[in-house]
Ligand binder design. Structure first.
Ligand code: CDT
Length: 324
């Protein structure tokens, strides 16, 4: 077996008025909890450090900018304590945050930090940005202005190998990880691009609204309870299905709970195996660690038999996927 103990750190409500230092303290505690349970890798959610700000329209640029991280994420004052703790505990972390680059671009980003190396091994910028550019005219609507506030990711879906986590055999090598962010998980293309690189674990942080009728359009249910149940169902469905058809584990971490005491985000953080089975699932809508031992050798059945891409794919029929 090639076992890696992986945790997802679910983060409950973060309000627009929450102090960054208070949120950071919660993240440090989650990291301590995960480390005390032997986690080697801990995934934090999408835009972990603030409330999910794309639900608001900001006309003031300075206010909008305050939700973004500037400079080197490892040493910036807002985030340094988290990376320092990861290094001291020798636990790798994956952190989602709103990134402002030195040349003024904005991305919805997630990074893999290798504790022993003390550096970012892989940076991913969200490709599929949901929602709209313009806010809804209805003042009661929940917006999702990701298309306004972020540029689509420009780094692609790059799988990467991570040393020092588990036994390495000559035939398998080091674990192969991949990243995506929230809405990406609903797109088969994102998974398949990682799957084609032999990915063994896909990490995905998310903020998923439990009820947003304006955003969904009128065809979806208008009943809040039913809508929330559907949001949970679809989240689990895509993680199990796409993980299975790409013969990999899936790890997902929710930013959840009732932000600003009125905007509900689903929980449902999840770890699934290549057969689509649930290994761990959150029980609350609050800060919570879920954890599982993931034996990466379990990817082999799918990769060499059922979903052996080299033998079974028929790419002559797939042209439309890339061309339209
Ligand atoms: N953050 C994010 O990408 N949220 C989207 C909501 C889209 S509306 C269904 C998601 O796919 O969960």
């Amino acid at each position: 077996p090639r076992i890696v103990r992986i945790a997802a750190a679910q983060v409950g409500a973060v309000h627009i008025w929450s102090k960054r230092l208070d949120t950071l303290k919660r993240l440090l505690k989650l990291l301590d909890d995960a480390a005390s349970r032997g986690a080697q890798v801990v995934l934090f959610p999408e835009t972990t450090l603030t409330t999910f700000f794309p639900r608001y329209f900001f006309s003031d640029d300075a206010e909008l900018e305050s939700f973004f991280e500037h400079g080197d994420i490892i040493t910036a004052s807002n985030t340094k304590p988290l990376f320092d703790k990861a290094k001291n505990l020798a636990v790798d972390i994956i952190l989602g945050f709103a990134e402002a680059t030195d040349d003024g671009e904005h991305f919805n980003t997630q990074v893999y930090y290798h504790a022993k190396f003390g550096s970012i091994m892989s940076r991913y910028r969200k490709v599929h940005l949901p929602g709209d550019y313009e806010p809804f005219s209805d003042p009661d609507a929940t917006n999702q202005l990701e298309k306004r506030y972020f540029k689509p990711g420009n780094l692609g879906f790059e799988a990467f190998r991570v040393p020092d986590l588990t036994t390495v055999t000559p035939e398998r090598g080091e674990p192969i990880f991949g990243q995506m962010i929230c809405n990406d998980r609903r797109w088969a293309e994102a998974w398949r691009v990682l799957g084609l690189q032999g990915v063994e674990v896909v990490f995905c942080g998310y903020n998923t609204t439990g009820f947003a009728p304006h955003m969904w359009g009128s065809s979806k249910t208008q009943d809040p309870k039913e809508a929330e149940a559907m949001a949970y169902f679809h989240h689990k469905l895509v993680m199990q299905t796409h993980g299975h058809t790409n013969s990999c584990f899936s790890v997902s971490a929710a930013r959840c709970g009732m932000d600003d005491e009125k905007y509900g985000l689903i929980a449902g953080s999840l770890i699934t195996d290549p057969q689509g089975r649930v290994l761990a699932k959150s029980k609350t809508t609050e800060d919570e660690i879920i954890i599982a031992d993931c034996d990466l050798d379990l990817c082999q059945q799918g990769k060499t038999r059922t979903f052996d891409f080299a033998r079974h794919r028929r790419i002559e029929h797939y042209g439309r996927i890339a061309n339209q």
